[in-house]
Ligand binder design. Structure first.
Ligand SMILES: Nc1nc2c(ncn2[C@@H]2O[C@H](COP(=O)(O)OP(=O)(O)OP(=O)(O)O)[C@@H](O)[C@H]2O)c(=O)[nH]1
Ligand SMILES: [Mg+2]
Length: 451
């Protein structure tokens, strides 16, 4: 499987710092040395590696600290982000012309996988985008080329446009597009001939086809197994033809993966699809992010990172903030918030993530886990009504709650008092930030949270 060597090396390196509570500059340096070697060994372009390492190092040292991740995990996060960016960041989709049909031209060296990919792409477009492609046999040089596409077309039950091998590719392309319009095809995919090396004659012909067909997309098909060569080939094709996208084939093979990582960086052309096997349905849209996590082989760490970033659901946080403003914040909200944060790790996070809580001066609040447990027990001993409307909690209810939670009446009293204070403070803070209460300038000093 592609990337195995690279994945193994990177994982080995990253595992070393994964659980570390502290990552020193020296750690990062050593790790980057290993990552560098791993990438070079995977046949990633030298310049690309250099740049990559520099930007990871800078970001790993300069980044904002996320409390729910260990420093080791944070470095992994940076490596993952940078690797994703290197491979193009966002997924890059195939062109769609506003004027049907969309014309796609496939180019590339001999044996790269053009003809196979032409069929795979047609299948993908029909299956996933409900399109009606026309395949065009414009390789008149290799004896069996037309036959090969015809066979694939039959297999797909899709028409193949073909004028035999006595008509020029330029003429074939022209007539194919007319035919596509006539038959209401919304995609035309032109399979062209390949050569062993990039040569002048081939390029000229491709340029002529390009001129007549004005393709919306020129997909360069490159064989991932060829490593650095794939990147060089991509560079020359790009210079001559201005390709709009790359298809990396044979990523299922025993490749070292370097091409996947450097092609975008070197040619500034996005990888749009990846060939994952010889079968017609083995073509996948290329997702830089997924590819990066596959290379890093760190689904667990990466999903933890993702969780840390999204766990406090933004929508909920907004609702909560609104509630606090309007004084509707109840003990029920409090519990919900507590649960959400519990899923993630250290509880002092709660304070920083609760809207309005991460204001200056509140940062150093320490949370005593035992106290939190006590508070939670008290809240859970309340009836729903009590949680929603703490004002109804009279003396006998307080007694009952204390008993139910294994705490004292004083504890319950203190919590209720502090909860009211907290709500008041929220109001004050909101007023302050909206400018209303500025004159008071009371500050928040001395206020204690319920735990
Ligand atoms: N394993 C694997 N094999 C592939 C993939 N894509 C193409 N191939 C194989 O690569 C070989 C060459 O594919 P073609 O589609 O004929 O290549 P081409 O670029 O059209 O070659 P020419 O027409 O000679 O220039 C075939 O045996 C394909 O089955 C892929 O993603 N994975
Ligand atoms: Mg071919």
């Amino acid at each position: 499987m592609a990337f195995e060597g690279l994945a193994e090396r990177l994982q080995g390196t990253l595992t070393k710092i994964r659980g570390k509570g502290k990552v020193s500059e020296q750690d990062v340096k050593e790790m980057m040395r290993e990552v560098r070697l791993a990438l070079l060994e995977a046949d990633v372009n030298f310049k690309v590696v250099k740049q990559f390492i520099a930007s990871v190092r800078e970001k790993a040292l300069g980044q904002e600290v996320m409390k729910s991740l260990t420093p080791g995990q944070q470095v992994i996060k940076v490596v993952n982000e940078e690797l994703t960016a290197l491979m193009g960041g966002e997924q890059s989709k195939i062109a769609v012309s506003s004027k049907s049909p969309t014309v796609v031209m496939m180019v590339g060296l001999q044996g790269a996988g053009k003809t196979t990919t032409t069929a795979k792409l047609a299948n993908h477009l029909r299956k996933n985008h409900n399109r009606k492609p026309l395949l065009v046999a414009a390789d008149i040089y290799r004896p069996a080329a037309i036959k090969q596409l015809e066979t694939l077309g039959k297999q797909l039950n899709m028409p193949v446009f073909n004028l035999g091998d006595q008509v020029s590719p330029v003429e074939i392309a022209k007539q194919a597009i007319d035919k596509a319009k006539e038959d209401h095809h919304d995609y035309v995919i032109i399979d062209t001939a390949g050569r062993l090396h990039v040569d002048e004659e081939l390029m000229q012909e491709l340029q002529q086809v390009k001129e007549i067909a004005s393709p919306d997309e020129i997909l360069l098909v490159v064989d991932a197994m060829t490593g650095q060569d794939a990147v060089n080939v991509a560079e020359s094709f790009n210079e001559q033809l201005d390709v709009t996208g790359v298809v990396l084939t044979k990523l299922d093979g025993d490749t070292r993966g370097g091409a996947a990582i450097s092609v975008k960086a070197v040619t500034n052309t996005p990888i749009k699809f990846a060939g994952m096997g010889e079968k017609i349905d083995q073509l996948e849209p290329f997702h830089p992010e997924r590819m990066a996590s596959r290379i890093l082989g760190m689904g667990d760490v990466l999903s933890l990172i993702e969780k840390a970033q999204t766990n406090i659901d933004e929508e909920k946080a907004k609702q909560l903030e609104k509630k606090m403003r309007t004084m509707d914040f109840t003990f029920e909200d409090f519990l919900e918030q507590l649960d959400q944060v519990r899923n993630m790790g250290p509880l002092d996070e709660l304070l920083n993530m609760m809207p309005g809580m991460n204001k200056k001066g509140m940062k150093d609040l320490q949370v005593d886990e035992k106290q939190v447990g006590k508070v939670e027990a008290i809240v859970r001993s309340m009836t729903t009504k009590e949680k929603q409307e703490p004002s109804i909690i009279n003396a006998s209810r307080r007694r009952r709650i204390a008993k139910g939670s294994g705490t004292s009446i004083q504890d319950v009293n203190r919590l209720l008092k502090q909860f009211e204070d907290m709500k008041k403070m929220m109001k004050q803070m909101t007023n302050m930030s909206s400018g209303k209460g500025k004159k008071k300038g009371k500050g928040l000093g001395g206020f204690k949270l319920p735990f």
